[in-house]
Design a protein around this ligand. Structure first.
Ligand SMILES: [Zn+2]
Length: 195
């Protein structure tokens, strides 16, 4: 995904969710909640974008740089699953979605992020790490996206909840999807099928 396109989504979201975004920023500066991943979905015409942030503990069971080969493999395997939106979601065939870009990163807390911050109460062992994932897709019939299938919880047993914010020209929704739920109901933001 290009940085430019991402900025467009971010500004759309901040217009529609000023309060939510402020809370989000605060949360990123503090600790995320283990068990809870954040998912943003933006539908703009046929363009569908996702941003997923998942605590390292939910995905690989630890939150630091890999310290041995086993951990390295866990990260690589997680990145390859997370890097494929088709493995995380089950897109309705009728929606005709195809992936145009995807990116998955494991982000540990780096020194540079702490410049100017006090280190006294925050040593590395208490740090957090997250998987940060973005996808872009085009969907020929976005009206058919009303029920987006979810495979995320099947892949990651430690993940308990997805906090979802979804936005389109039709509106915005915030949903809490708990483990055990199999779909994300996007019907209120998906455009009615008119053509
Ligand atoms: Zn954490």
């Amino acid at each position: 995904m290009s940085a430019k396109k991402y900025l467009v989504i971010a500004s759309t979201l901040s217009l529609l969710f000023p309060a939510t975004l402020a809370a989000e920023t605060e949360r990123q500066h503090g600790a995320h909640e283990h068990g809870v991943s954040q998912l943003k979905i933006a539908l703009d015409g046929k363009l569908l974008k996702f941003e997923l942030e998942a605590p390292g503990s939910d995905i690989v069971g630890f939150e630091h740089e890999a310290e041995d080969d086993t951990q390295k493999k866990s990260i690589q395997s997680a990145l390859s699953m997370l890097g494929d939106p088709m493995s995380i979601f089950d897109f309705p065939v009728a929606a005709g979605c195809s992936v145009t870009a995807s990116d998955a990163k494991f982000e540990t807390e780096h020194e540079e992020e702490h410049e100017g911050e006090k280190h006294d109460d925050h040593d590395d062992e208490e740090g957090h790490a997250e998987f940060h994932v973005t996808y872009s897709l085009t969907c020929t019939s976005p009206g058919s996206l009303a029920n987006l299938g979810l495979k995320f919880f099947d892949l990651f047993p430690n993940a308990k909840e997805l906090e979802v914010e979804a936005v389109s020209n039709n509106g915005q929704i915030a949903l809490e999807i708990m483990r055990g739920e199999k779909t994300i109901n996007l019907s209120s933001i998906v455009a009615p099928i008119t053509n």
